[in-house]
Design a protein around this ligand. Structure first.
Ligand SMILES: Nc1ncnc2c1ncn2[C@@H]1O[C@H](COP(=O)(O)OP(=O)(O)OP(=O)(O)O)[C@@H](O)[C@H]1O
Length: 648
């Protein structure tokens, strides 16, 4: 019974060791082909030679010592003297070879590292972009795996490439250890060689196994470290620079950084002492004992006259050099440990993506959506709940977006308006119900084909650090670059003048990070985003989605945009989301979203006449604009941009 338990315990420990130490190493070995067979073979050969050179040095210096008495006796013209010189030259060559090979090992290792990291980065990008929807990229465990995979590449430190080169560098160390142990075994006694090898390996296990345990602790305290990194980034970045100063956050930020940094460091220091310090005494005692025993053995042989001078020098040098190999290998250990974690992170990330998470989008359909919708898009009994969400955001939603019409959606914050857009653009799959395009399930179309029919300006649209022209042309990358279409879209969005006045016109990078780059205002950026959507329309998109398209525009610019809205969206199926009722009233139809479904539906006039939710919200906003802030004071905000004949 006790034997069974012991066996089960050993098996369990072996399984854990295999999962933690063996499997990741095999993963790294599998990266080798990405370094190129020739380069990997060259580095392997250099490492073998680099392992053998110090052994040759030990042998030749021992031979040299052994030849000294005869050479001294024979004089400088004797054969013994020439033999001494030959041993000296070979030892020097071995030493010089080591000096030449070490930088070569570093240079080839760096090439291996760069190639493997290049491959790894491409694979990481491809895997991230392979997610058809965005649900997997919002899952916490998937994100953690992605962070683990990308963190090392961001810092270019302990990357998968470093791990691959580090693993090959171990060949040099172990070749040397093995050869030295063989020498001790051959010269002193096989048992002495085995003892030296065993002691060095136990020492190594203490070092490398300690590193593994330390990496485990490091991972456990990653959240505190991540928090510290966040505070550091906020303090050193430009995004929060204004608020930090205005709210006087400088001292607070430094304190928070310091406390979270120390929170992550203290337990690691404690763990380091526990993992390395105590066992260190045990390993050192074992090393000293082994070295003492082998030395005594060798000395006894020498005293008995069974050892030549060469053998004595060889045995002592080899034993000491072998025992020293039980140390930490700076060129390998941290690199393999943390680089392996990155490789494992990518493997985990890819397998998480392969699992279908709730809300994930299927991409196997091949239907062609070109030219659709001709009749309209229908949300039929659609429900949606975010992964981990407590309540559904959409709950049995029935809504038709008629082709060629503009439908506006209004609703309170969090009503699910943007979620509806994300379902339309197939960022998620509904958890219930169906989205139909001209009566056909949207899932029967190839995702790309359907997305090409949609031009969206998201509320949190992207500001690409690219030229102004590229920022607009990204609306339809499948179309060959068309400068005239870019200018026309900018013109329609009312931003052409501002872009032409930039230092290099449309070629100006829209970021101060680049030389000659320019920074646009919030409103100008929004117009660039509108231009991007209009460019997509020009390229053939049939559905225009505007999620708060004028939130950053001044009143006059908003008015100007909507005065041309009908002309810009003629014949286009448009979905407009806005909290500004002065914008919404331009729509052919207005839908009020509440509790995950349509609460009201009609034209502006109809909804006002009904006196329901829309009328209530409209009135609230109109009063906000119409009422002076203080009795007798002028209105703080300009009056609504549109005529107010319908305003009660
Ligand atoms: N990625 C997400 N994961 C989990 N919950 C989310 C996610 N995105 C939005 N939600 C939640 O879904 C609800 C609806 O959000 P949505 O952005 O669709 O609202 P909205 O009507 O567009 O709001 P607003 O008017 O403030 O822009 C909110 O309660 C929000 O917290």
């Amino acid at each position: 019974m006790a034997g069974d338990e012991r066996r089960a315990g050993i098996r369990e420990r072996w399984d854990a060791y295999r999962a933690e130490a063996v499997a990741p190493r095999l993963l790294i070995v599998r990266q080798l082909p990405h370094a190129g067979a020739g380069l990997a073979a060259a580095l392997l050969a250099v490492n073998v030679l680099l392992g053998l050179m110090p052994v040759l040095f030990v042998v030749e210096t021992s031979v040299l010592i052994g030849r000294v008495p005869d050479a001294v006796r024979g004089g400088t013209d004797s054969a013994a003297w020439h033999a001494l010189v030959t041993a000296f030259l070979v030892a020097s060559a071995a030493f010089a070879g080591q000096q030449v090979l070490a930088p070569l090992q570093a240079a080839l290792g760096e090439r291996v590292q760069r190639r493997v990291d290049g491959y790894f980065t491409r694979r990481l990008m491809a895997s991230s972009l392979a997610a058809v929807g965005i649900a997997p990229l919002e899952d916490q465990r998937t994100l953690d795996a992605l962070r683990e995979a990308s963190r090392r590449l961001e810092t270019s430190w302990h990357t998968p490439g470093h791990a691959t080169a580090g693993l090959l560098a171990l060949v040099a160390r172990y070749t040397r250890l093995l050869a030295l142990a063989v020498l001790v075994g051959a010269v002193t006694a096989p048992a002495a060689g085995a003892a030296i090898l065993g002691a060095a390996l136990v020492f190594r296990y203490g070092q490398r196994g300690g590193q593994r345990k330390y990496a485990r602790v490091f991972k456990e305290h990653l959240p505190a470290e991540r928090e510290a990194a966040y505070f550091r980034d906020v303090a050193t970045g430009v995004d929060a620079a204004k608020e930090i100063r205005v709210f006087g956050l400088v001292g607070w930020l430094s304190d928070r950084y310091r406390s979270s940094h120390l929170d992550s460091l203290y337990p690691m220091w404690r763990a380091r002492r526990r993992i390395y310090l105590k066992p260190y005494f045990g390993y050192t005692a074992l090393g000293l004992l082994t070295a003492g025993a082998v030395t005594a053995w060798t000395a006894r042989g020498a005293a008995a006259g069974t050892f030549s001078l060469t053998a004595l020098a060889l045995a002592l040098q080899a034993a000491v050099a072998a025992l020293l190999l039980g140390e930490h290998y700076p060129e390998s250990d941290a690199n393999t440990q943390f680089g392996m974690d990155a490789v494992r992170g990518l493997a985990d990330f890819e397998s998480r993506l392969a699992e279908r998470l709730p809300g994930d989008v299927t991409a196997d359909a091949t239907g062609d959506a070109r030219g659709l919708p001709r009749e309209g898009v229908r949300f039929r009994d659609v429900s949606f709940r975010y992964a981990g969400g407590r309540r559904p955001v959409l709950d049995g939603l029935d809504l038709v977006l008629r082709a060629g019409e503009c439908t506006a959606i209004v609703g309170l914050n969090g009503a699910g308006k943007t979620t509806l857009v994300k379902l339309l653009a197939r960022m998620y799959e509904p958890t219930g119900g169906t989205v139909l395009v001209d009566g056909q399930d949207v899932r029967t179309f190839a995702v790309d084909s359907w997305r090409r029919q949609i031009a969206v300006i998201f509320q949190d649209f992207n500001r690409y650090e690219l030229s102004a022209a590229d920022n607009i042309a990204l609306g339809a990358v499948e179309r060959p670059p068309d400068a005239a279409a870019v200018r026309s879209a900018a013109q329609k969005a009312g931003v052409a003048g501002a872009l032409e006045r930039l230092p290099r016109g449309y070629d100006t990078p829209l970021s101060r990070q680049y030389e000659g780059g320019a920074q646009l205002s919030g409103g100008q950026w929004q117009r660039v985003a509108i231009a991007r959507a209009l460019y997509a329309l020009d390229a053939g998109a049939r559905v225009l989605v505007l999620d708060e398209p004028t939130a950053a525009l001044d009143v006059r610019a908003e008015r100007e945009f909507f005065s041309r809205f009908v002309e810009l969206t003629r014949g286009v199926t448009t979905l407009l989301i806005s909290h500004r009722f002065s914008s919404v009233r331009h729509a052919d139809r207005i839908v009020v979203l509440e509790d995950g479904r349509v609460a009201e539906d009609g034209t502006h006039g109809e909804l006002l006449a009904r006196g329901g939710r829309y009328a209530e919200l409209f009135r609230l906003q109109a009063e906000r604009f119409a009422e002076p802030e203080r009795p007798g004071a002028a209105p703080a905000v300009p009056a609504p941009a549109e005529p107010t004949e319908d305003t009660p």
